[in-house]
Design a protein around this ligand. Sequence first.
Ligand code: ZN
Ligand code: ZN
Length: 97
Amino acid sequence: MYEDEKLICEDCGSEFVFTAGEQEFYAQRGLVNKPKRCPECRKNRRQKNRRKLYEVTCSKCGCQTKVPFKPIEGKEVYCKDCYAAIKEAEQQNQESV
Ligand SMILES: [Zn+2]
Ligand SMILES: [Zn+2]
């Protein structure tokens, strides 16, 4: 049967355990390669791939929206619609000057 195996993470160089349970899980899925990274680095990579969205309240219409950047405290954030409306208004202002 399977035995716990110690592996070295390719990313951070730390030792991690490829447990018997994980090996069995890998085998069941037909995966022949051992994991190259520790669970921590694997998690980090997965999170990096997924774009993090921040839940914010639109300063203009008050609706809940998500933005792909970390909102700065005290700075106004807008939902997509309001942002587009503001941009449009700005452009019109510039044109009228
Ligand atoms: Zn690692
Ligand atoms: Zn809004």
